[in-house]
Ligand binder design. Structure first.
Ligand code: F6R
Length: 240
């Protein structure tokens, strides 16, 4: 595991974008696993700028997002599909851009189909992750089986509270989601995790230095051979 501590959140995001761009340009990342949330916004902005400047093309890249709220789709501004359209998909060309279908009539079947689509693409070369304050990766909340696959999950109170600001007054965060499993994430050939801000410090030290346990889903990453963590000093404060 390589831990890179950058001077601030913007530098961390730029370093992640540079890392992803280098892999794509080298022909080492044809299939990207992507994340939503606040942390990746600057990463996608930097990747878009590189494409517009002509130093990067994502036209040959297939992407698979980690997760989607159950019950939300492209027409909902708070869906992860809408987030991805806004920050990346509408701005640069990708060969394929997959997000689990939160409106699927049979979410279990959608989960299986998502696993099959990842496998058909040849597996994920590079998976981008954020980390929840409770140690979640994707929407794999504490207690998730470390071998879990793409499935329907219930969100914890901590995650519902953390994501509430993305929803307007009177709107509630959907209580369930479709997420890649921890086992699915661990099959990515390389993992890049971004963590910024003091609110992530406890989760990051538990993930990287604590016991490998479903209590902290991100601790599973200790068992992966190629993990790069990019953090700002506030998130890295307890790493020692
Ligand atoms: C997003 C996802 C989540 C976030 C995590 C951190 O697709 O699966 O695990 O990566 O909640 O979110 P931010 O970046 O908003 O702190």
């Amino acid at each position: 595991m390589e831990i890179h501590v950058l001077p601030d959140a913007e530098a961390a995001a730029k370093a992640v974008a540079a890392h992803i761009a280098a892999r794509v340009v080298a022909g080492e990342a044809h299939v990207l696993g992507l994340a939503t949330g606040r942390s990746p916004i600057r990463i996608y902005a930097d990747l878009v700028a590189r494409v517009q400047a002509g130093s990067l093309s994502l036209a040959g890249v297939k992407s698979f997002n980690l997760d989607e709220y159950l019950g939300l789709g492209a027409a909902d501004t708070t869906s992860f599909r809408s987030y991805m359209e806004q920050h990346l998909f509408s701005r640069v060309a990708l060969a394929e851009a997959h997000v689990p279908d939160g409106l699927a009539r049979d979410p279990q079947a959608e989960a299986l189909a998502y696993e099959r689509a990842i496998a058909a693409a040849g597996g994920i070369d590079l998976q981008l992750l954020g980390i929840g304050q409770n140690g979640h990766i994707g929407f794999n909340e504490p207690g998730s089986d470390l071998a879990s696959r793409t499935r329907v999950v219930k969100l914890t109170a901590s995650t519902l509270a953390a994501n509430a600001p993305d929803f307007g007054p009177g709107q509630s965060v959907p209580p369930e989601a479709l997420t890649m499993g921890i086992g699915t994430i661990m099959e990515a050939r390389e993992i890049v995790l971004i963590a910024t801000g003091a609110a992530k410090a406890a989760a990051l030290v538990a993930a990287l230095k604590g016991p490998v346990s479903p209590d902290c889903p991100a601790s599973a990453l200790q068992g992966h051979a190629a993990v790069h963590v990019f953090a700002d000093p506030a998130a890295a404060a307890r790493l020692g």
